[in-house]
Design a protein around this ligand. Structure first.
Ligand code: TYD
Ligand code: MG
Length: 455
């Protein structure tokens, strides 16, 4: 009888079974058995009789080479990666179907390949003809990119070993499968095993690897969470498909900061970097509408002006709605409580909707004051000065606290032609020059209200 090539292993206790079970007979966990390949210990051992080459090296002697990062010249992509692709690093790119993952990856590999060392784009989803058609649309049809339509991971790695491409792209990990496993491509065990092999190969050869991953309805990677642990960098491509904007966000990066974003626009000629996101986020702002406020936020090291919109209207529900898009719901609840307690604004019978326009997320407390201003403006039906930018953290006592990078925020407001900034008083002295922008410093919500609504 043929030897089985795989076993089902409980992810909780390690119990092994030759066939799949709904419940682990050892620890009793449901749905915990995952198929894993059997590799005999003999084939794993090297010349010393150990699986790994176990020789420590002094930290000082480790050579990182002269060019540690490869730039793709797609500025927004490089920025999210922390300044370019690190050799041997594995980048996982996730996002909803049709958001532009394949387009981004094709543009990136086309930029990295050279005639001496072409890039390799492995697709399990599209045929070379389809990819060629897309490349032609992007104006990349004659770039040194090789295409491979294949899905079996060993066959792919065998080809790739011979070729040593400048960069490898795998689109998508859910279509790849390893012959040792019986389960279908896209299963947890297949995704994990294939990803592990690509990662191992990238580390051994120093070829940077871009892996496209599908996401589930909830927005997590389809397949095991371990996928995110295995790779060096995890990027999510976000955006509303009905809008042209795409935001590339890093949620894990071993070689850079995770608070950078890249902003792109999907055009007829592929993804174009948006170097001036503030102008785009404010482009469709309704001037003179109650509930609309410009918040001066930071995305990583970059100041971005974002329009905060609030809608406060009497509720017919016993529990009024509190819906927020792009802002932490807990912080919103806190701000509502502070407005009620400190300013006597009665929001308890009101539905509250809050939206950061353009599909962005404001993750900093510095957006608090702008959110409070938007809520007040909508509640009072009093439009705010359209030339005003707002930033500052709000505390539970109703105080307005200082924040970081005040100067960058005011500079960004000035660059976009805004004339006033409402900001924490403690940050005032950090601002030099910029006579074109009037700075109004406040230390409490009460003072802010006087400035905003002239009580
Ligand atoms: P795609 O990269 O195939 O998405 P994913 O791999 O994430 O599923 O992008 C598909 C969408 O992008 C599709 O709806 C068409 C649009 N698109 C453009 O608008 N312009 C272009 O130049 C390209 C290549 C795609
Ligand atoms: Mg695709």
């Amino acid at each position: 009888m043929a030897q089985p090539k795989s076993m089902y292993v409980c992810q909780g206790c390690g119990y092994r079974s030759p066939r799949w079970l709904g419940r682990c007979t050892d620890c009793g966990a449901w749905n915990s058995l995952v198929e894993e390949p059997i590799t005999s210990s003999r084939t794993r051992k090297g010349q010393h009789g150990f699986a790994d080459d176990c020789t420590p090296v002094p930290l000082a002697d480790v050579d990182v080479g002269a060019t540690p990062r490869q730039r793709t010249a797609i500025e927004e992509f490089d920025r999210v990666l922390g300044g370019g692709l690190v050799p041997g690093s594995v980048v996982l790119i996730g996002g909803d179907p049709g958001i532009g993952k394949s387009t981004l990856v094709l543009q990136a590999v086309a930029a990295l390949g050279s005639s001496e060392r072409p890039a390799l784009y492995v697709s399990g989803e599209e045929s070379p003809e389809q990819i060629k058609m897309r490349a032609a649309r992007l104006g990349l049809a004659d770039r040194p990119v090789w295409l491979l339509a294949a899905t079996e991971v060993e066959a792919i790695l065998h080809r790739v070993k011979a070729m040593r491409p400048a960069v490898l792209a795998v689109d998508s990990i859910q279509t790849m499968w390893a012959a040792e496993l019986e389960s279908a491509a896209g299963n947890v065990s297949q995704v994990r095993e294939c990803a592990a092999r690509f990662v191992r190969w990238a580390k051994a050869t120093y070829v940077p690897t871009l892996i496209v991953g599908h996401v589930t309805k909830e927005g997590a990677f389809a397949g095991p969470r371990v996928l995110e642990h295995m790779v060096d960098t995890v990027l999510y491509f976000e955006g509303d498909r009905s809008h042209a904007f795409r935001i590339l966000r890093s949620v894990k990066n071993r070689f850079g900061s995770t608070n950078e974003i890249g902003v792109f626009e999907m055009t007829e000629r592929g993804l174009q970097p948006v170097c001036n996101p503030s102008a785009h986020f404010l482009a469709e702002r309704p001037r003179g509408a109650a509930g609309s406020v410009v918040a001066a936020c930071m995305e990583g090291t970059r100041p971005v002006l974002i329009e905060v919109q609030a809608l406060v209207s009497p509720s017919v529900l016993a529990n009024p709605r509190r819906t927020t898009l792009g802002f932490d719901p807990n912080r919103t609840s806190m701000l509502i409580a502070v407005l009620e307690k400190k300013l006597g604004i009665q929001l308890f019978g009101q539905d509250v909707f809050l939206n950061a326009a353009g599909g962005v997320r404001m993750s900093e407390p510095a957006a608090d004051l702008a959110v409070a201003a938007a809520l007040g403006s909508s509640f009072l039906e009093r439009p705010l000065d359209p030339e005003l930018a707002v930033f500052g953290e709000v505390g539970l006592a109703g105080e307005v606290r200082g924040i970081q990078h005040a100067l960058l925020r005011v500079q960004e407001a000035a660059r976009l032609g805004l004339r006033r900034c409402l900001m924490p008083r403690t940050n005032l002295r950090q601002i030099e020059g910029l006579p074109e922008v009037e700075r109004v410093g406040v230390a409490s919500l009460n003072e802010a209200w006087d400035v905003l609504f002239g009580r």
